[in-house]
Write a protein that binds this ligand. Structure first.
Ligand code: GAL
Length: 356
């Protein structure tokens, strides 16, 4: 009988324990209930919006910007790319969007740059900003981007109008180089002797060209002289040579021209400031004095050159607004990412820089 009672007690104990566990399960069921309710509440919203909610709670959305520069070793494009990167990271990134910027060096090699663009595409960048090594590569770059549906903003080296018509998610941001050439010519026209130092009725000049494939170089070369001839000034071209935007090459070209033509040279036009800095070295080495027996013009308004202009060591330059262009390029890139309608060309003005 005792054994029977003990068995009954054990059974009662087991039953109590089972009930207790069962109750626990019910409780956890209850804690799950609100979750189900929450889900019911959000049911009205389409399921596809759920990942966006997770992103929001995880912090700002990351947008990948791939930038390729024709070569890092270029004074003006260095200022430009630094501003571009700074503007995206410091001014445009906020609590909602973080711009992750990758800037690569095209090393003046189109094949290398095309590979870089292909890598940006394979890595699913949201936008590409391209300062092409060769403007002629634009159509193949546009076709690659179009196929991947990744917008592309061209900067500094202008694609042709036909290239820009190939797709509506591309645009060009730059400056109208005709304006900078014209301004160089106008600076000479504003001189008392209009550049004719020796009074022989014509302006004898040396033209140091950037890169003949580049419209900036073509237009600056053409329009600086056109401004003079349009004003009725006679001109004589003594030397016109390619200096690839490079200071050392500018120095070599002008040194050789001074050796060959000496006093005959009245004006040295350089398509950019880096080459004008080289030209200044050659002019000083030849014992000539800018503002007295020779004039010297550049484009870009590099800080160093603006100082020389103030000191009278360089006759004048033209501001190539890297800040305005970089910020416009970044803003147009964002429009492109957002699928907004784009213009084909965005142009930033040049500004004349003289001692006055
Ligand atoms: C020009 C600039 C040059 C050089 C060149 C590169 O606009 O004046 O200094 O940077 O672009 O394409």
């Amino acid at each position: 009988m005792k054994k029977f009672l003990a068995l009954l007690l054990s059974l009662a104990l087991v039953a109590t324990l089972l009930v207790a566990c069962g109750g626990g399960d019910k409780n956890s069921g209850k804690t799950e209930t609100p979750k189900t309710e929450t889900n019911t509440e959000t049911k009205e919203e389409p399921k596809t919006e759920e990942p966006a909610k997770t992103e929001e709670t995880a912090g700002p959305k990351t947008v990948k910007v791939g930038i390729t520069i024709y070569k890092f070793d270029d004074n003006f494009m260095t200022l430009y790319r630094e501003e571009l990167e700074r503007y995206f990271k410091e001014d445009l990134s906020n609590d909602q969007v973080k711009y992750e910027v990758t800037v690569v060096d095209g090393k003046n090699d189109q094949a290398e740059q095309t590979n870089q663009i292909q890598t940006f595409i394979a890595d699913k960048y949201d936008v590409i900003i391209a300062n092409l090594v060769q403007s002629s590569a634009a159509s193949s770059v546009i076709n690659m981007c179009k196929e991947a549906n990744i917008p592309c903003i061209f900067i500094n080296r202008e694609p042709t109008a036909e290239d820009l018509d190939l797709w509506d998610r591309i645009a060009y941001v730059g400056a109208d180089a005709r304006q900078s050439g014209t301004m160089q010519g106008e600076i000479v026209l504003d001189l008392d002797n209009k550049g004719d130092i020796n009074g022989d009725g014509k302006v004898s000049y040396v033209m140091v060209i950037g890169d003949p494939e580049n419209v900036d170089a073509q237009y600056r070369t053409e329009f600086s002289i056109k401004a003079l001839t349009d004003a009725g000034v006679q001109v004589e071209e003594l030397v016109a040579q390619r200096g690839d935007w490079d200071q050392a090459k500018g120095q070599e070209i002008v040194a050789a021209a001074l050796t060959q033509y000496g006093e005959q040279i009245e004006v040295v036009f350089c398509n950019n400031d880096a080459m004008a800095l080289g030209a200044l070295q050659a002019i000083e080495a030849a014992g000539r004095t800018v503002g007295e027996d020779i004039y010297l013009l550049g484009v870009d308004a590099l800080e160093e050159v603006v100082e020389y202009v103030n000191q009278g060591k360089i006759t004048g330059t033209v501001l190539n607004d890297h800040i305005g262009q970089a910020q416009t390029a970044a803003e147009v890139a964002i429009k492109a990412i957002n699928g907004e309608a784009l213009e084909k060309n965005y142009t930033v003005d040049y500004v004349k820089v003289t001692k006055q």
